[in-house]
Design a protein around this ligand. Sequence first.
Ligand SMILES: C[S@@+](CC[C@H](N)C(=O)[O-])C[C@H]1O[C@@H](n2cnc3c(N)ncnc32)[C@H](O)[C@@H]1O
Length: 322
Amino acid sequence: MAGLATPMALRVAVTLGLPDRLLGCDASIDELAVELNAAPVALDLLLDHLATLGIVERTSTGYRTTKYGANLCADAGNGLTNLLHLNTAGGRAELAFVELAHSITTGQAAYPRRYEQDFWADLAEYPHLRESFDEQMTHRFREQIPQIVAGFDWSRFSTIVDVGGGQGTLLAAILTVHPRVHGHLVDLKPTAAEARRTFSAHDLDERTQVTARSFFDPLPAGAEAYLLVDILHDWDDEHAHRILSRCVEAAHPVGRVLVIEPVGGLRSQSEFNLAMLVMFGGRERRIDEFRALASSHGLVLDTVTDLTDQRCLLEFRLAADQ
Ligand SMILES: C[S@@+](CC[C@H](N)C(=O)[O-])C[C@H]1O[C@@H](n2cnc3c(N)ncnc32)[C@H](O)[C@@H]1O
């Protein structure tokens, strides 16, 4: 469990593109070393370990990727290369685990300690990180979206504002099933532009609006529902309060706030929970923590719906005296 050699060997293999390069076509160490500008002896050590893991196998002239190792190819369709590549948002962020001790002693994110600015600032500065993160977010939901759409009565709302809605695939799926519902997605500029494309591709231009804006600024007002999907767990309490306060301000006086997340103790995984801490200084909050967070904004928890094996939906209403 504790060895770091294997997780790093897999990441370096993916970053060098070895599973793709050696799929169906073996190559010798010397050839590969020239192609990848790598040190031959060191590359041999890496491939030897990858062979031990069953990712590659030896041939009479070198190495080739096994059927199992093909899971690490870019087009395997499992999103793994995006998570493991050392120059993608997810792959880089995982390396912040090296600073876990800092997070445990301070309660703060490890990411800025390793990279000198926070995760979101890195995404804003480096478009390839933003792109890979948006892709990762869209991919992770592919199997969950039908359950999320089916598991809750979205038709109750005439307009849903998806706050930090990413590339818009969930909102598009909801609107496709519910032709009377309108959607308004708010996200940062490059991601908002992707969401616009998603809605157009689903023929939803007439029922959707997209606003490129920070959710720390005022949100589109007067909608019936403000949806936060995997947003609050990315933030410490101070920032989560600021986001909720923007939702409440916009939802006033009767809008609902809907939070979809892996709720702590119900649908959370301990490993992922630590990842939220290390990356963002966030966590999967428990129901009582959500209640406490929301109550200072006059929000009352109405219902908790089990949506998938990973996520619940918490529906909050505004207390009558707000
Ligand atoms: C974990 S992703 C979730 C995306 C989407 N809700 C989903 O579940 O697929 C967090 C989202 O928050 C957005 N985000 C981060 N900081 C933001 C900010 N200050 N204002 C608006 N959106 C922000 C990111 O761009 C990203 O799309």
